[in-house]
Design a protein around this ligand. Structure first.
Ligand code: HPA
Length: 309
C-alpha cells in the first residue's frame, strides 16, 4: 500500500506527523485545534448531566476500574465528534461518565498509544477535552517494566517524576503552534506529579493494605513498540529511571499544559532484563498476566483514593 507523505492529509504537514495510509488519516489523526476539542466537550456536556472534576485514564488491562463506576453514561469513542478510535483488539474504546464512591468522574477505557501510529496530538486529544469539560485532576495508570533492582513484579509505583525520551527527539505533543487558551508556550514540568496527590495515594495504599508492594519512582517513556535491549535498559537505569513504559508521558505533558493536577500509577508487570547472561525475555503475555493479577488491588487503591480528593 502506498504511504502518503505529510501534506497528503487534509490537516497539512504540521498536524500529520506520522506516515499512515491516507484512508486511515481520519481515524489516526483527529484534528486537535481548540475548536475541535471544544466541539467534542460541548457534545459530551449536552449529553450528560455529570460534571466530573476527576478523569481517569486506564492503562492496558486496567480498564476494569470503569466497571466499578455507578450511574454510568457510556460514549463509544467513534460517536464523539473528532475523537480518535481504538485499534487494539480487546480495548473497549469508550468514555465512561458516572460516580466512583460518590465522586463524579470520567474514565477513559482504552487509551491511544504513539506506537500504534497515532500522532502525539491525537494521543492527547482526550486530555484537552477533559480540561474543557471542567476536569481538574487526572489519574493515569499504566503497565511498566521495573528497572530499579529493588522492585518486584506486581509492585505499584506512584510516579514521582518522568523522563520524556520521545520528547528529547522532538516528539512532544506541544511541538508546533501554541494555543494560549490551553496553556503557556513553555510549561513547567518540575512539578508534573502533584505532591499532595502522591501523599494521598501513599496514604490510600497503606489503608488498602497495598503498602507491602508500594514504590515511588521515576517513569521513563520510550516510544516502543519494541521492548528495550540490554544496553538501552542499562542506559535508562543510569538516566535515573525506575520503570519504563510506552505511554502516559504525552497525556501528562498536555494535562500540565492545561493546568490539571496529575497522579500517575505504574503497575510493574515485568523485570526489565539488564544482564547479558539472563534468559528472561520481556513479553506481552507476562505483562498481561501480571496486570490481571494486580488489577483488583490497583482498582481498590484508586477507588479509595478518589474519596480523598
Ligand atoms: N518496557 C517497556 N514498556 C513496558 C514494559 C517494558 O519492559 N513492560 C510493560 N510496558
Amino acid at each position: 500500500m502506498a504511504l502518503p507523505l505529510h501534506g497528503d492529509c487534509e490537516y497539512g504537514w504540521r498536524r500529520c506527523k506520522c506516515l499512515i495510509p491516507a484512508s486511515k488519516v481520519e481515524q489516526f489523526n483527529c484534528r486537535s485545534s481548540y475548536d475541535d476539542c471544544k466541539k467534542a466537550a460541548d457534545w459530551l456536556l449536552y449529553r450528560t448531566k455529570q460534571r466530573p472534576k476527576v478523569a481517569i485514564i486506564c492503562g492496558s488491562g486496567l480498564g476494569g476500574l470503569a466497571e466499578l463506576i455507578d450511574d454510568k453514561t457510556i460514549f463509544p469513542y467513534e460517536d464523539i465528534p473528532g475523537f480518535p478510535t481504538s485499534t487494539v483488539a480487546g480495548h473497549a474504546g469508550q468514555l465512561v461518565f458516572g460516580t466512583l464512591q460518590g465522586q463524579e468522574c470520567v474514565c477513559m477505557q482504552g487509551r491511544f498509544h504513539f506506537y500504534e501510529g497515532y500522532s502525539m496530538e491525537t494521543v492527547t486529544f482526550p486530555v484537552r477535552v477533559f480540561s474543557l469539560l471542567g476536569v481538574e485532576t487526572l489519574i493515569v495508570t499504566n503497565a511498566a517494566g521495573g528497572l530499579n533492582a529493588s522492585y518486584r513484579v506486581g509492585d505499584i509505583m506512584v510516579i514521582k517524576d518522568h523522563i520524556n525520551l520521545p520528547g528529547f527527539s522532538g516528539q512532544s505533543p506541544l511541538v508546533g503552534h501554541n494555543d494560549d487558551r490551553f496553556g503557556v508556550r513553555f510549561p513547567c514540568m518540575s512539578d508534573a506529579y502533584d505532591r499532595n496527590l502522591r501523599a494521598l495515594a501513599i496514604e490510600a495504599a497503606h489503608e488498602q493494605k497495598c503498602g507491602s508492594f508500594l514504590q515511588e519512582g521515576v517513569y521513563c517513556m520510550v516510544a516502543g513498540p519494541t521492548y528495550e535491549t540490554i544496553a538501552e535498559s542499562n542506559l535508562l537505569k543510569k538516566l535515573g529511571a525506575d520503570a519504563v513504559g510506552m505511554s502516559t508521558v504525552p497525556e501528562v505533558v498536555v494535562a500540565r499544559h492545561c493546568g490539571l493536577r496529575v497522579l500517575g500509577l505504574s503497575l510493574i508487570t515485568n523485570k526489565v532484563v539488564t544482564d547479558y547472561d539472563s534468559n528472561e525475555k520481556a513479553n506481552h503475555e507476562e505483562v498481561l498476566a501480571t496486570t490481571s493479577l494486580r488489577a483488583q488491588d490497583l482498582q481498590r487503591l484508586v477507588r479509595h483514593l478518589i474519596t480523598k480528593i
